[in-house]
Design a protein around this ligand. Structure first.
Ligand code: GLN
Length: 206
């Protein structure tokens, strides 16, 4: 059984722990360097990327996390976590830094005020059993540009469930680069655990 940590500095930690356990991982909270050193994979949850950025430094986890990512640690970043995995960001705060690792440009709060939160069904590459994935977007970012080694897993569809055109049509909202997985949405609050299943299979060597 792989041990998968959830970075527990800020954000919705408990829902990720529950989802990971339900797909067969041993899930643990990570707050200290020794805990980060011991996991086989890590989830960076949604929350506020600027806050998580600051806390990573205060808790002396940032350098170790960067080093472990360089060594190939599987990491799944959701929403704020996706921002933290991006090599470059747009619309960050003046002093905001990321951990990096994925060759993507991520735009923070990309969906704007009008649609700042919504749920939608998305087709995800690599998740074919059981139909589209139910996802929740909460002041979410999107991937504005993806490098050559990045595999796009999901885009915003052209029309919504009522058939109306969607402003953000075509925007990339899930991607993978080797052992790094990122989604603009939260899969942990809709009860659909297949994204966690995908991540645990990456941790297990898939
Ligand atoms: N807007 C948040 C940020 O900039 C992300 C929101 C979320 O994680 N739900 O970090």
């Amino acid at each position: 059984t792989p041990t998968v940590g959830v970075l527990a500095l800020q954000g919705d930690v408990r829902e990720h722990l529950t989802a990971l356990e339900s797909v067969g991982a041993h899930a643990v909270s990570v707050r200290r360097p020794a805990e980060l050193a011991a996991v086989d994979g890590l989830v960076i949850p949604g929350g506020e990327s600027t806050t998580i950025d600051k806390l990573l430094r205060i808790f002396e986890l940032r350098d170790l996390l960067q080093a472990r990512i360089k060594e190939g640690l599987p990491v799944y970043g959701s929403c704020a976590g996706m921002i933290l995995l991006a090599d470059r960001i747009l619309d960050g705060t003046a002093d905001q830094q990321t951990v990096g690792g994925m060759d993507v440009v991520v735009r923070r709060n990309a969906f704007g005020r009008q649609v700042d939160s919504f749920e939608t069904d998305l087709d995800l590459v690599g998740i074919s059993d059981g139909g589209p994935v139910r996802t929740a977007f909460i002041r979410a970012p999107w991937i504005e540009e993806a490098g050559r080694d990045v595999e796009v897993l999901a885009r915003i569809p052209a029309v919504d469930t009522q058939g109306r055109p969607v402003a953000a049509a075509g925007r990339i909202v899930a991607a993978r680069q080797g052992p790094l997985l990122a989604t603009a949405f939260h899969p942990e609050i809709t009860g659909d655990t297949r994204v966690h299943g995908l991540f645990v299979s990456i941790v297990a060597g898939g």
